[in-house]
Ligand binder design. Structure first.
Ligand code: NAD
Length: 400
């Protein structure tokens, strides 16, 4: 079949590689330089190698910025960003633009699957009506949802072995979607409606966000009590049931954990339910970098004016280059606001905010915001007498 995957980012490119084993896949993306690079087998996604792209190309995969590719598509998958707008409300503009292209260009009846994370009811009440109301000639498509759960950098769980939730607006769509995903996912789970799959995806990430906020709040309490949060969590984790350990951190980042719960809050509000846990978790996690900056200031005598601080690791996750929504951004701004001269070092990210990663040099303080594997062997104590660790992986008396 001809499969067009709209959006060739973390989600869409991984899917394209897998689907190209069985289908003629076109990866459609509005970013022309990204498309050109993909066609040269140059990957922008960790975990996808040149060999993967060469192999996919030999099976017929190609990238394109031409929406005309949708004309004869039999399966279309939407995997475009679903961020928040300036008011932290769902920004549906990318899905909207994908739908407009489908409405305008798809000429045969296709299976339309949404993989972009969004609120329950998106496929039924947003995507389908938007496509149908913008078609010049009526073409009846089938609609389904199959939320992606990829965890970038996770060596154990990947697109293939992570169970996939699937549901269509009708039984034909469900059957077609199950057939498609069963080709490369070992466990495809059918749920009774797209809304269940959409809500489950949001709840998974909300669960993480709320528990991360809870443990971050707990770390503030243990710090005041003068006990180690890590030892206390390990002690609690010895209970063989009813407890799941989350690590304290500088906060949450990436495209999912800081964003998806607000999609759940949005639909809750539309139905008159105020999701107070989500709001509180957002607030708590967003305040962590401020808390860390204040701890550093207090440890260093109450003033940061003129002190040189190096922030180590600025991506939101260990050994991943993704800096979207990274809490390091707030940390750096806050340290600067408090008067420090701040540089950052992150060879995994290398370039960020129009700056290159600074070399490690002697400074007044180092804040380990994110621990990449290669930092573990660095002799950090040689560069500063004061090291604050937000990761629980560096032995120092200054930590969360
Ligand atoms: N990254 C993750 O770990 C992850 C995990 C699960 C779910 N998701 C969800 O999957 C969706 C995609 O996320 P991602 O991380 O792949 O995003 P991404 O930013 O890595 O990639 C999105 C791609 O879509 C392209 N794009 C934007 N608008 C387009 C349009 N109208 N037509 C064609 N291409 C367009 C962009 O140029 C970009 O290359 C989001 O809803 C996200 O929440 C992401």
């Amino acid at each position: 079949m001809k499969v067009v995957i709209i959006g060739q980012g973390y989600v869409g490119l991984n899917l394209s590689i897998m689907a190209s084993n069985n289908h003629k896949v076109v990866g459609f993306d509005i970013n022309e330089s990204l498309v050109a690079n993909l066609n040269l087998a140059k990957s922008h996604i960790e975990g996808i190698t040149e060999e993967d792209l060469v192999r996919a190309k030999s099976c017929g995969y190609r990238a394109s910025s031409d929406p005309g590719e949708l004309t004869d598509a039999e399966i279309v998958v939407i995997s475009v960003p679903t961020p928040l707008d300036e008011n932290r409300q769902p920004d549906m503009s990318f899905i909207e633009s994908a739908c407009m292209n489908i409405a305008k260009h798809c000429q045969i009846s296709a299976l339309i699957v949404n993989e972009s994370t969004s609120y329950p009811g998106t496929v039924r009440n947003y995507i389908k009506p938007l496509i149908e109301s913008n078609q010049k000639v009526e073409i009846l498509h089938s609609y389904a949802v199959a939320p992606e759960r990829v965890d970038p950098g996770n060596k154990r769980w990947n697109l293939e072995n992570t169970p996939r939730l699937v549901s269509g607006l009708d039984s034909i769509a469900t059957t077609k979607a199950k057939e498609f995903y069963s080709e490369f996912c070992v466990d495809v789970i059918e749920v009774t409606s797209p809304e269940v799959a959409e809500a489950a995806k949001l709840f998974e990430n909300t669960f993480r966000q709320v528990n991360i906020a809870l443990v971050n709040e707990f770390a503030k309490v243990t710090n005041k009590l003068g006990i180690s949060v890590y030892e206390t969590l390990n002690a609690a984790d010895s209970k063989p049931y009813g407890f799941m350990k989350f690590q304290p951190s500088l906060g949450v980042g990436g495209h999912c954990i800081p964003v998806d719960p607000s999609y759940l809050a949005h639909i809750g509000r539309q139905f008159g339910v105020e999701t107070r846990f989500i709001n509180l978790a957002n607030e708590t996690n967003l305040a962590m970098p401020i808390y860390v900056a204040q701890r550093v200031r207090s440890d260093l005598g109450g003033k940061l004016n003129g002190l040189q601080i190096l922030v180590l690791g600025v991506s939101y996750k260990s050994d991943v280059a993704d800096v979207r929504e990274t809490p390091s951004s707030i940390l750096i701004s806050e340290l600067k606001r408090l008067g420090a001269e701040v540089k950052w070092h992150d060879p995994v990210v290398a370039h960020w905010n129009n700056e290159d990663s600074a070399p490690i040099a002697t400074v007044d303080a180092i804040v380990i915001a994110q621990m990449h594997q290669e930092f573990l062997s660095l002799p950090l104590n040689r560069y500063s007498n004061y090291i604050f660790d937000c990761t629980g992986k560096f032995p120092t008396q200054h930590s969360l």
